[in-house]
Write a protein that binds this ligand. Structure first.
Ligand code: HEM
Length: 423
């Protein structure tokens, strides 16, 4: 179990939501409960040179503000780090930090690649790959579930979507780790910046290739689509390729890792899953609500917005806390109970409104494939060492989870016979 080291302070205004350590050291359940009850629109005081910002914690308010794309904008950043440092250099070009007509047009282009029909072959590969990784881990008996299993799924899936050749994937994985990883405190900002530029350069070479010889992948779709009669620029294409890694790698990975830790702590729910007394679809939704890997997103106000008798003034930063909204007792019965049969379960893990996660169907399919493989090939599992938390004020979850599996021998033998027959 990851033990939190600090007791919850009595004065909620001492909690610093900008500091990653706040999330590593504290169980914030009580903090969020107090805010939802007494201060649904809370002013977080400035930290250092950064400005203060609004904190929105109730489900209904988070939904309403996600929908609000006239008086709130994503173009000045959409997470605390960029919002507080004054903006995002990809604004107006990368989907998640673009609004208005350009956002609609870009989203429509990308949606072609995200329909259930287009995703079918990608999801088939997710299932095959996930099953193989889980079978191998169960056969070994012990593994670090985060690095040996979960790490290998989302980036491969995004590479399939983008059409990244297999030979380049290890290289891309190592760059992505340097550019984005929240695994450790004190990573060099220069290394991260260099790795990010190298990823962008790599994609620009692929764009040139796919303009010349288009295939079915997302890069080809972007490279050959027009918006208002013009082909998308190389910069826009490259940034939006990168945005799929930003959006879909760590979030999906953290959800899968969380599913293993949470199921190991809830043997009754694991048994329901094993005994097929809960559907995979219902279990997937509860795993996603429980994990809520993206704790917050944010916006900057471009006009005044009134809420609970206070004014979010034009220019203010406002943050929407999915991690609190997904535990709102006004919406979820017994929100702190992990219940794989929960219904209804309209969690807000993928956001809401115009920027609703474009990869939600894929993210769900990845979690679904993972818990399906777990319930099929292992009779149970236990956590054998100290899990390690990531270091972030935006994402939450684990980057290391030592796990021991008990094999389901009959299912493993059936898998091995079938895969042997395929060779
Ligand atoms: C947007 C969460 C998986 C790509 C979002 C948003 C959330 C979210 C909350 C809304 C952001 C906002 O309102 O500012 C998640 C979670 C995932 C996941 C929890 C996994 C469990 C994926 C995957 C992909 C992806 C697999 C792509 C391969 C994106 C993109 C956006 C987005 C491009 C921006 C959409 C827009 O601005 O129109 N995601 N996501 N996400 N997500 Fe995901």
């Amino acid at each position: 179990m990851t033990a939190y080291t600090m007791p919850m302070p009595d004065d909620i205004s001492t909690i610093d939501l900008t500091c990653p350590r706040t999330f590593e050291e504290n169980d914030l359940s009580e903090y969020w409960r107090q805010l939802r009850t007494a201060r649904p629109l809370h002013w977080h005081p400035p930290v250092g040179d950064a400005p203060g910002f609004w904190v929105v914690s109730r489900y209904a308010d988070v939904m309403a503000l996600y929908k609000e794309n006239k008086r709130l904008t994503s173009e000045k950043g959409n997470v605390l780090v960029t919002l507080l440092s004054g903006g995002d250099s990809a604004a107006g070009k990368m989907l998640a930090v673009t609004d208005g007509a350009m956002h609609r047009n870009l989203r429509n282009v990308l949606l072609k690649s995200f329909s259930p029909h287009s995703l079918k072959p990608i999801i088939d590969r997710v299932r095959t790959n996930t099953t193989r990784l889980v079978v191998e881990a169960v056969r070994r008996g012990e593994c670090d579930f985060a690095t040996d299993v979960a790490e290998h799924i989302p980036l491969n899936t995004i590479s399939d979507l983008l059409g990244v050749p297999t030979a380049d994937r290890e290289f891309l994985l190592s760059l992505t780790k340097s550019a984005l990883s929240s695994d450790e405190e004190g990573q060099s900002a220069t290394d991260a910046w260099l790795a990010r530029n190298e990823i962008l350069l790599y994609f620009s070479e692929l764009v040139a290739e796919r303009r010349a010889r288009p295939t079915e992948d997302v890069i080809s779709v972007l490279a050959n689509s027009t918006v208002e009669g013009e082909l998308l620029t190389e910069e826009v294409i490259v940034l939006n390729c990168y945005s799929l890694i930003l959006g879909g790698d760590e979030t999906s990975r953290l959800s899968m890792i969380d599913s293993v830790q949470t199921l190991s702590r809830h043997p009754d729910q694991w048994q329901l899953l094993r005994d097929r007394k809960v559907t995979l679809e219902s279990a997937t939704e509860e795993v996603l609500r429980w994990a809520t890997p993206a704790m917050h997103f944010g916006r900057r106000a471009v006009a005044d917005v009134e809420l609970h008798g206070q004014v979010i003034a034009a220019g203010d930063v406002v943050t929407l806390w999915n991690s609190s909204a997904n535990r709102d007792e006004e919406v979820f019965a017994d929100p702190y109970v992990f219940d794989l049969n929960r219904s209804p379960n309209k969690h807000i893990t993928f956001g809401y409104g115009p920027h609703f996660c474009i990869g939600a169907y894929l993210g769900r399919a990845e979690v679904n494939a993972m818990i399906d493989a777990l319930r099929t090939y292992t009779t149970g599992f236990e956590i054998t060492g100290e899990p390690q938390r990531i270091h972030s004020n935006f994402l939450t979850g684990l980057c290391s989870l030592p796990t021991r599996f008990q094999p389901d021998e009959a299912a493993l033998a059936a898998y091995e016979t079938e895969s042997g027959a395929r060779l």
